[in-house]
Design a protein around this ligand. Structure first.
Ligand code: UDX
Length: 435
């Protein structure tokens, strides 16, 4: 099938590459010249394991192309995927500018029947909005259909999530239209659900909001565990064995960040408000998440006496491991508070340091975790990169000036850390503080 993907962000680039890998002719279009020039040179605008190789393979086989000519991309395709960003506005409402722009570009180049598939995360009703824009702006009386096909990929495992999704949701105006998209996904042999367009749009937000709820829920339980002298890791295991609950997304820590959960929760609250429903549970989820890292920092400040004049090593800057994405990363708010309070920050992250340097040029960037810990009064684990789990902790401690270890992601064994002589603080495992 001939496919055009509009937008070369995480979703667009991964979707385009995977469809090309499955044997389709794909053109990924973007209005940003520099991005397309980079992709044509074989350079990836984002870090995503396995993506560069997959792009190179399909470009070499001439199934995957990159272009700034949206019109040409639309004209040559049977199916057009809209994968543009919907960044949050001040109010939490998603900014629909890029969606509207994409719909207008499709309209003016519509030369024969096409299926327009919305993969961007958009509020319920966007399918109708896109259809109306195309109807209003098309220059020829050509038929088309609009489908919602939400994306559930996670950064860091985007390729494998796209190849092995838990489910594929296709929200279509009719069974016949749904079958066209279903055909594209058939080689993946994964469960598929066909719905109406509005339900598919809500499935995406409801899923992300539910996962965010699990995280804020376990973080609240962790705070209770801290006060009660219990261990949230044990509590989480005990809950997770119940198949109705499941252990996934029950890791207590500093709260969720990234490009999706914070933005999508606010967007769903906003949509609910607009529809006349006060989504109280989700509002609480967002509040708990905002407080979580600050609560941890309060504990850091108490343990250190003051941040002023202290040297703090921050290990992990990306919002989660295996990505260089800093959007809503907990590291940023933590560094900002440390600097404002007069601390010195020495940071290390395997891949997100260049991006962080653009935001905080005034902190020190180290070549590894041990260098970051050099002379530090305290070390804080902010992102649970695998390499931090296997550090030589004796060497880390020797490099430090103090002995305080803040583990914001619960990656170490408290008993072992104390045996090694650390003053060890983690999230929701205060029972072992007394061991
Ligand atoms: C998420 C959804 O998982 C994905 O389906 C959707 O398409 C986009 O949003 P992503 O933001 O890439 O994906 O990362 P994810 O792995 O879901 O983690 C999100 C945040 O939650 C991270 O900050 C992570 O640290 C945090 N998290 C996750 C926890 O704090 N605890 C957990 O148990 C799981």
């Amino acid at each position: 099938m001939n496919i055009c993907v509009i937008g070369t962000g995480y979703v667009g680039l991964v979707t385009g590459s995977v469809f090309a890998d499955l044997g389709n002719e794909v053109v990924c279009v973007d209005k940003i010249d520099e991005k397309i020039a980079m992709l044509r040179r074989g350079e990836m605008p984002i870090y995503e394991p396995g993506l560069e190789e997959m792009v190179a393979r399909n470009v070499a086989d001439r199934r995957l192309h990159f272009s700034t000519d949206i019109g040409e991309g639309v004209r040559r395709s049977d199916v057009i995927f809209i994968c543009v960003g919907t960044p949050p506005k001040e109010s939490g409402e998603p900014d629909m500018t890029y969606i509207d722009e994409a719909a207008r570009s499709i309209a003016v180049s519509l030369n024969q029947y096409k299926v327009v598939v919305n993969k961007s995360t958009v509020p319920v009703g966007t399918g109708d909005r896109v259809r109306e824009i195309i109807e209003k702006n098309r220059t020829r009386n050509v038929e088309f259909d609009v489908v919602s096909n939400p994306e559930f990929l996670r950064e860091g495992s985007a390729i494998s999530d796209t190849l092995h999704p838990d489910r594929i949701v296709i929200g279509a105006p009719s069974q016949v239209v749904a079958m066209k998209i279903l055909e594209l996904y058939a080689p993946l042999e994964r469960p598929m659900l066909i719905t109406d367009v509005a339900s598919a749009e809500i499935i995406k937000y409801a899923s992300n909001a539910f996962l965010a709820t699990k995280i804020s829920f376990i973080n609240s339980i962790a705070n209770i565990c801290d006060a009660a002298g219990a261990d949230v890791v044990q509590v989480m295991k005990g809950m997770g064995y119940d198949q109705r609950i499941g252990a996934a997304f029950l890791q207590a820590g500093l709260g969720y960040g990234g490009s999706c959960f914070p933005k999508d929760s606010s967007a769903l609250i906003h949509t609910a408000d607009k529809l006349g429903y006060d989504f109280r549970i989700l509002k609480a989820v967002v509040d708990v998440n905002k407080e979580q890292a600050q609560r941890f920092m309060d504990r850091m400040e108490t343990a250190l006496g003051t941040f002023e004049g202290k040297r703090i090593a921050i290990l992990g800057l990306a919002f989660k491991p295996n990505t260089d994405d800093l959007r809503d990363a907990k590291s940023l708010e933590m560094i900002a508070r440390l600097l404002a309070a007069g601390a010195t920050v020495q940071a290390y992250d395997p891949i997100a340091m260049d991006k962080t340097r653009e935001i905080f040029p005034q902190i020190t960037y180290s070549k590894n975790a041990y260098d970051a810990a050099c002379g530090a009064d305290a070390v804080a684990i902010v992102t649970e990169w695998n390499e931090f789990k296997f550090l030589n902790m004796e060497r880390l401690k020797e490099a430090m000036q103090g002995s305080i270890l803040f583990d914001g992601r619960n990656i170490y064994d408290p008993v072992r850390m104390r045996r090694l002589g650390f003053d060890y603080y983690c999230v929701g495992r205060s029972v072992k503080d007394r061991c």
